[in-house]
Write a protein of this length. Structure first.
Length: 251
């Protein structure tokens, strides 16, 4: 992936990894469009980082995605990179009937949002010679986090979808990359101050080094994510699942 001169749309980019990537790409000389549901946050980002632009987009709403794709095609004809980063991570208890609502919302945003974004933006991306789709999964795609089991399931599905997408687009100009973060110090699951989570700046540094490597790997896996990514192949799956199962939500 080239380091500068891209026009990049990032979903879920009002905080955390999405915002971090947006700022880094902007500083490197790319046109960056942040996308999210919260208008006030989007406006604040454009004030804090002059040159970054913003559009309202709700990936849980199929109509919103279509409208955004039409707006982007008209306003940003040079778009060549889409990063499907939007997602939620909530704990759920299968013995609580209300948790099915959490499961449904998680699937709508994390999985269907990624799939719908891909279908909506591919017509524009296939017209460019250097297009990239980056789908953000998780190291929990490879060993599930029981307390957030539907989140883990959606990320496993994003991994499978991305693998298949890469094969289907092999004869096009669109490069397909999967980014699988470990636990990072963000608000996603209340890990801002978790000493066991990876500092955001360290994650961004390592991720961008991998994205700009020649050749760019199909899977961007930082060192902290490799234990879970390779757990089954290395015979560590049961130990990894036991470790994740021991985590309890705070009271």
């Amino acid at each position: 992936m080239k380091t500068s001169g891209n026009t990049i749309l990032i979903t879920g980019s009002t905080s955390g990894i999405g915002l971090g990537l947006a700022v880094r790409f902007h500083q490197a000389g790319n046109k960056v469009i942040v996308a999210g549901r919260r208008k006030a946050l989007l406006e604040q980002i454009t004030i804090d980082y002059p040159g970054i632009e913003a559009i309202e987009l709700d990936v849980a709403d199929a109509k919103s995605i279509i409208q955004a794709s039409e707006l982007v095609a008209a306003r940003y004809p040079d778009l060549n990179v889409v990063i499907n980063n939007a997602g939620i991570m909530l704990s759920e208890n299968v013995l609580d009937p209300d948790s099915v609502k959490i499961a449904q919302e998680t699937i709508e945003i994390n999985l269907l949002g990624t799939i719908r974004m891909t279908y909506a933006f591919l017509p524009q991306l296939t017209q460019k010679n250097d297009s990239v789709i980056i789908n953000v999964s998780s190291s929990l795609a490879f060993v599930p986090f029981p307390i957030a089991m539907t989140y883990s399931a959606t990320k496993a599905a994003v991994h499978a979808f991305t693998e298949g997408l890469r094969v289907q687009l092999a004869d096009t100009s669109v490069r397909v990359i999967e980014l699988s973060p470990p636990g990072v110090q963000t608000t996603l699951f209340g890990q801002e101050s978790d000493e066991h989570a990876m500092p955001l700046e360290d994650f961004l540094n390592e991720t961008l080094d991998l994205l700009h490597a020649e050749p760019t790997p199909n899977e961007v896996i930082v060192e902290r994510a490799k234990f879970l990514r390779t757990a089954e192949a290395t015979g560590n799956y049961d130990n990894a699942l036991e470790m994740l199962s021991a985590w309890k939500a705070p009271d």
